[in-house]
Design a binder for this molecule. Structure first.
Ligand code: FAD
Length: 655
């Protein structure tokens, strides 16, 4: 069991920064290794839960660094950010102090799948995150590279497993009750450009070798993944005048529930521009494959954020989008999203300059790839504690995910649970029916992953209730009451919103007129209000052309008070839109939850099964996975909630 070193030597610690009240001693409740997106959330969450926490990271000046894209959010990812925020996490608030272009994606679809997204000023994000982290009570920050773990005998109730009790830095040790590992792409990280490789966690940062060896020696199953980043281009060298311009939304929708607005007005935000690749780009990629070792590597890269080489190979003769995104308000750099590449640097420049608008582009930093170790996430429990070593937690890219938001979501859960473990309290687990965080962690811990995992709305079975707008009502109260990771201010705001929504909905239900009267009151909606039936105001609010402002104009009393807060007015409209489908979906959630453990007959032939409506794709998936229970069937990716309900009802009637 004690494969890692059991260092007894205690040397003076390197450099402590931050909470001046914290003792400069080598004993903490929780130690978090890594100051990336998972680590910052984990450290802050553990401290919010009342644990004396130490964040150990290579460099304080890289805390909050965005290794790749200068943006946060998007479809599925925006949902995760709202949930992190609902638990009083950091990234949404920090984005609202650093965003330079806000745009909600997927607007043409329903609000349940809107993707809150923003371009972020890298420098500002880092500065604001560092300020937040260095001023968090109970949180101390120390620079250093963790080389090893300290392990002790197992706790009596968990015989057979060893327990982590601290970490070993270069020449010193720190003792901790729980340890959270969030080392991102650093475990045996190798950077690749063309045929050149060198060890690094990301450009300019050393890799973590000792820790990777320790984890392997302990018996953890380790895999290898790869990812990459595009070159950066000098802003002044781009000819924006011939490109499609995308302007930000007006008004900007903040990421955080506690913000009414963001730090910068829409008219002062920066635009993005769209260009495309062309056949010449394909030629350069294809002619030079022999000079590109990253693309030849058989390890898996991010399927949903592929390199330009993968796109050219998988989808030949297509034009691919390249978004030219600002890196910040006063940055001279442009980030060409969609152009992640690992060709030798001179060929990257050649490729860039054959793209429209980039004919005279100057490359400031070449794109590069990174290959790294990750740990099979089936080795962790839903609280993110490892099954092999007690009180050791993993969060972020180390678990095979990709993306800042996925990392942040795991970080907040690992930090909370590391703290709860110290207090010997039961773990805090978010279920699939409660949040995208639950979907993410359940997918990872039950199915594992062999390619970088990213979040999509299609991964969630109950999309209509797991909306970005209602993450606070799903998680803030649990965070406040069960674990204490939510501030009083946020709790009060969420409570006010909850009671205002309930009151607003009941008022809207109580106002009822004939459809002819509604047509006169709201002529804008007269086509939709067709039949001559009595209609409640809540029903009228469901029509696309009606919003709370229009309703309140028609019936100022008692509705005008509900339009004073933009968020409340929008949420009432969303609640009205989903009222009946949600009622139906809640019944389905209850049904599946009640019967999660229901055994599926072992001899069920899914391929030929009649009397139950299942698509061929679902039948195939059930046939190959042979789940034992309804719960297990519901977790197979691609098996839809409707299919599960049909299967559940079929099995119950034939039993
Ligand atoms: P990171 O943000 O990487 O943070 C790890 C932290 O751990 C760092 O602060 C590091 O200094 C610290 N650390 C590591 N080892 C030690 C140690 N032994 N001791 C002390 N501190 C240590 N995501 C996408 O969604 N799309 C992309 O296209 C994409 N491309 C990427 C390209 C590159 C080159 C890289 C490096 C990452 C890319 N990502 C991409 C991933 C995204 O950056 C990560 O998913 C996210 O940053 C992971 O957060 P994390 O907290 O797990 O790790």
């Amino acid at each position: 069991c004690v494969a890692a070193s059991l260092s007894k030597k205690r040397l003076p610690l390197a450099r402590f920064i931050g909470d001046s009240a914290a003792p400069v001693a080598a004993n903490f409740d929780v130690v978090v290794i890594g100051g990336g997106h998972a680590g910052t959330e984990a450290a802050a969450a553990a401290a919010r839960c009342g644990s004396r926490t130490l964040l150990l990271t290579h460099r304080v000046d890289t805390i909050g660094q965005m290794s790749c894209n200068p943006s946060f959010g998007g479809i599925g990812k925006g949902h995760l950010m709202r949930e992190v925020d609902a638990l009083d996490g950091l990234c949404s608030r920090i984005c609202d102090q650093s965003g330079v272009h806000y745009k909600v994606l997927n607007r043409r679809k329903g609000p349940a799948v809107w993707g809150l997204r923003a371009q972020i000023d890298r420098k500002l994000y880092k500065q604001n995150m560092q300020k937040e982290i260095l001023n968090t009570p109970l949180l101390t920050v120390q620079e250093g590279a963790v080389e090893d773990l300290i392990l002790t005998e197992p706790e009596p109730e968990h015989t057979g497993k060893c327990r982590v009790s601290g970490v070993v830095l270069d020449g010193s040790t720190v003792h901790a009750e729980s340890v959270v590992l969030t080392t991102g792409t650093f475990l045996r990280g190798v950077i690749v450009i063309g045929l050149e490789t060198h060890p690094a966690g990301r450009l300019g940062d050393q890799p973590s070798i000792g820790l990777a060896q320790t984890l392997e020696k302990l018996g953890f199953v380790v895999g290898r993944l790869k990812t990459g980043t595009p070159p950066r281009i000098a802003r002044e060298s781009v000819n924006f005048s011939i490109l499609n311009k995308q302007t930000p939304d007006n008004p900007s929708i903040p990421f955080s529930f506690i913000n009414e607005t963001v730090w910068i007005k829409p008219e002062d935000q920066l635009p993005c521009y769209l260009t495309h690749t062309n056949p010449r780009v394909d030629e350069i990629v294809l002619e030079n494959l022999h000079l590109n070792s990253h693309i030849k590597e058989t390890t898996r890269g991010p399927r949903y954020c592929p390199s330009i080489e993968s796109k050219v190979l998988r989808f030949p003769n297509r034009l691919h989008q390249v978004w030219l995104e600002p890196e910040g308000m006063d940055s001279d750099l442009i980030y060409p999203q969609g152009l992640s590449v690992t060709l030798p640097a001179e060929l990257q420049e050649k490729m860039i300059t054959c793209i429209k608008g980039l004919e005279k582009a100057k490359m400031i930093q070449p794109g590069y790839g990174v290959q790294y170790d990750y740990l099979d996430p089936r080795q962790i429990t839903p609280s993110l504690e490892t099954r092999l070593v007690q009180r050791l937690f993993f969060a972020g890219q180390i678990n095979g995910t990709t993306g800042y938001e996925e990392a942040a979501a795991q970080g907040v859960i690992a930090g909370i649970n590391a703290s709860l473990r110290v207090k010997r309290k039961p773990p805090f687990v978010v279920s699939r029916t409660e949040g995208y965080i639950g979907v993410l962690i359940d997918d990872l811990t039950t199915l594992g992953t062999n390619e970088p995992y990213r979040m999509f709305t299609s991964r969630a079975e109950f999309r209509l209730s797991l909306r970005p707008d209602n993450a606070d009502s799903r998680l803030t109260f649990r965070g406040y009451k069960e674990v204490g990771c939510v501030s009083q201010q946020r709790y009060e705001r969420a409570s006010w919103m909850k009671s205002s929504l309930e009151e607003g909905i009941s008022v809207l239900k109580s106002i009822e007129f004939s459809s002819s009267k509604w047509k006169k009151l709201i002529p804008e909606a007269s086509i939709s209000i067709g039949k001559s039936l009595p209609l409640r105001a809540l029903d009228v609010l469901k029509y696309e052309e009606v919003d709370m402002k229009l309703l309140a104009k028609a019936i100022p009393e008692p509705l005008k008070k509900y339009i004073e807060c933009r968020e409340l007015a929008e949420r009432l409209k969303i609640e009205a839109t989903y009222e009946s489908v949600l009622f139906y979906q809640q019944q389905q959630i209850n049904e599946v939850q009640q019967d999660e453990a229901l055994q599926l007959p072992k001899d069920l032939d899914y391929l030929t099964l009649r009397d139950v409506s299942l698509s061929y794709e679902v039948r195939e998936k059930l046939h190959f996975s042979r789940p034992e229970t309804i719960g297990a069937a519901s977790r197979i990716p691609g098996v839809t909630p409707a299919a599960i309900i049909n299967l559940l009802r079929f099995v119950k009637t034939t039993q």
